[in-house]
Write a new protein. Structure first.
Length: 198
């Protein structure tokens, strides 16, 4: 009978703890950190999708480690595009941080396999409804190209950085061009009374 009381007390403590986690929203944070922990145990991506759909790898001038003033070097690649161009996640993962700073302006950071952080900066604005903890894929819009932060007065561009536990790495060798979607099966679209088969 003693073990029943102990089991009942243990069950009651677990039930109250679970209830507190759900009520306070801490369960969402615990789940988020559990997902991040799982990502750290996976091998990092060796190929990344270009974060801008209509830009090819050849169009990027390599700005990795270029001097920026007298005291720092560039830790990423600048990818130029018209203001408002959608910025897509280069990898699958989770939105890790959304914020603003003096260098990057409006920024979004995505965490993915191997614990790598993918940093998107100088955004004109964020994608509607994007929040920390959101799951992203290579089709997820994070924001739009702009000139915020220290990019004011420059042509609109995305600063794209990749950070490992050891520090920044050059993203350019990892980037691959996006391939236009292909129709893999017969699809029929209906427009009014006309049917269009692709």
């Amino acid at each position: 009978m003693r073990w029943v009381r102990r089991f009942s007390k243990l069950f009651a403590v677990l039930a109250v703890t679970l209830l507190l986690l759900v009520v306070t929203g801490a369960s969402d944070k615990l789940l988020f950190y559990a997902r991040i922990t799982k990502l750290y145990m996976q091998e990092p991506d060796t190929r990344l999708a270009m974060p801008l759909e209509d830009v090819t790898k050849r169009e990027i001038a390599d700005t990795w480690q270029a001097r920026r003033g007298t005291d720092r070097r560039h830790e990423g690649q600048d990818i130029f595009a018209p203001r408002g161009t959608p910025i897509l996640s280069a990898t699958s993962g989770y939105v890790f941080k959304i914020g603003e700073n003096s260098l990057g302006g409006q920024t979004v950071s995505v965490i993915s396999k191997g614990g790598r952080i993918y940093y998107y900066a100088h955004l004109d604005r964020y994608a509607k409804g994007i929040e920390v903890g959101d799951r992203v894929t290579t089709r997820t819009v994070l924001g739009y190209v702009g000139t915020t932060g220290n990019a004011q007065g420059t042509p609109p561009h995305l600063h794209f950085g990749v950070y490992t536990m050891a520090g920044a790495i050059n993203p350019l060798p990892l980037l691959t061009d996006r391939v236009a979607p292909t129709v893999t099966k017969k699809e029929t679209l209906t427009r009014g009374s006309h049917r269009l088969t692709l």
